[in-house]
Design a protein around this ligand. Structure first.
Ligand code: BDR
Ligand code: CA
Length: 313
């Protein structure tokens, strides 16, 4: 049983990640969800997280709204991919219960203190809440088992103008605080998540699960089915980036990676937010993250189908 916290910005792929987490009450104790600006604004991401959790029968999980803007840079969203609601054209019912009254940063810190066992923090959006939690209470954050971060790239060109991946680009200074924190980190890069492309065949197979959860997951990706993507490495939108972090916790054997020293570019506008990864260990710096650069896409989709089938009707 892994106690987990999820910090996210739903987001169509964040929504599938939340569903995947909710499908495994035998493996995860989901202590809470904090949200952050990112794909859309912070109020909207909090509302979306509550709707998705309620849809999965998890409305008792506390959801707290976190930071509304990056530490230094202007807000950049990804509504051009996720739609202005953040969940494409999906319409989910109004959830029961209220938004947690705490700030997202405080939810993270409180739940770490409350947990008898070390908590795994999964981050699926910009790292602003996590950086502030580290700055506010480093000793509390030091109790974490580890942080599993979706963000950055080893070799891929990134999916933002600067060559960075969205989550690190959206708040590079926060990301740099996290990578310098000395906490145990796992970095799920887009090199890995680009192996997890939702083709029409994968979406059709997902629909054979036959419940409303699988239908929602498939419909969130319908507009982005990756068949016919122009080049194998192009930054297609139909990748299940965020669910890869949850899938990795459920079955680490689907992923490959190595320990490496990672820094985040915060000075050059040309490569702002790029994760600079010393893959060959030439810097002489000790590794600060386990960097995942490959995932078995077919194994991922098989896991997703098995798990979503477990969600209660
Ligand atoms: C990341 O960017 C966001 O748009 C997705 O939700 C994911 O977290 C992928 O680069
Ligand atoms: Ca996300």
């Amino acid at each position: 049983m892994i106690p987990i916290l999820i910090d996210c910005d739903p987001g169509i792929d964040d929504a599938v990640a939340l569903m995947l987490a909710a499908s495994a009450p035998d493996r995860f104790r989901l202590l809470g969800v904090s949200t952050v600006f990112g794909n859309v604004g912070a109020a909207q991401t909090a509302d979306n997280a509550r709707r998705v959790l309620a849809f999965c029968g998890q409305s008792t999980v506390p959801v707290a709204k976190g930071c509304e803007r990056p530490l230094l840079r202007p807000v950049r969203d990804a509504a051009f991919i996720h739609g202005t609601s953040g969940l494409g054209s999906a319409l989910l019912p109004e959830p029961d219960g209220a938004l947690d009254r705490r700030h997202g940063v405080d939810l993270i810190l409180d739940e770490i203190v409350r947990s008898a066992d070390p908590v795994t923090l999964v981050t699926l959006g910009p790292l602003t809440n996590v950086a502030l939690a580290i700055v506010k209470e480093p000793a509390v954050m030091a109790r974490l088992q580890r942080i599993v971060i979706m963000g950055g790239a080893v070799r891929e060109l990134g999916n933002m103008p600067s060559t960075a991946g969205f989550n690190l680009y959206a708040d590079p200074h926060a990301a740099e605080i996290v990578f310098r924190s000395g906490l145990p980190l796992v970095q799920m890069t887009i090199d890995a998540t680009h192996h997890v492309r939702a083709s029409r065949d994968h979406l059709a197979a997902l629909r054979t699960v036959g419940n409303r959860h699988a239908e929602l997951a498939a419909s969130l990706f319908d507009d982005f089915a990756t068949d016919g993507a122009p080049e194998p490495d192009s930054p297609v939108n139909g990748c299940m980036h965020d669910p890869c972090c949850i899938a990795y916790l459920l079955d680490p054997t689907i992923a490959r990676g190595r320990e490496a020293y990672v820094q985040v570019e915060t000075a050059s506008e040309v490569s702002m937010g790029r994760s600079v990864i010393d893959w060959w260990g030439r810097s002489g710096q000790p590794a600060n993250a386990f960097v995942i650069n490959a995932i078995d896409g077919d194994a991922f989709f098989a896991l997703l189908r098995r798990q979503l089938a477990k969600l209660p009707a």
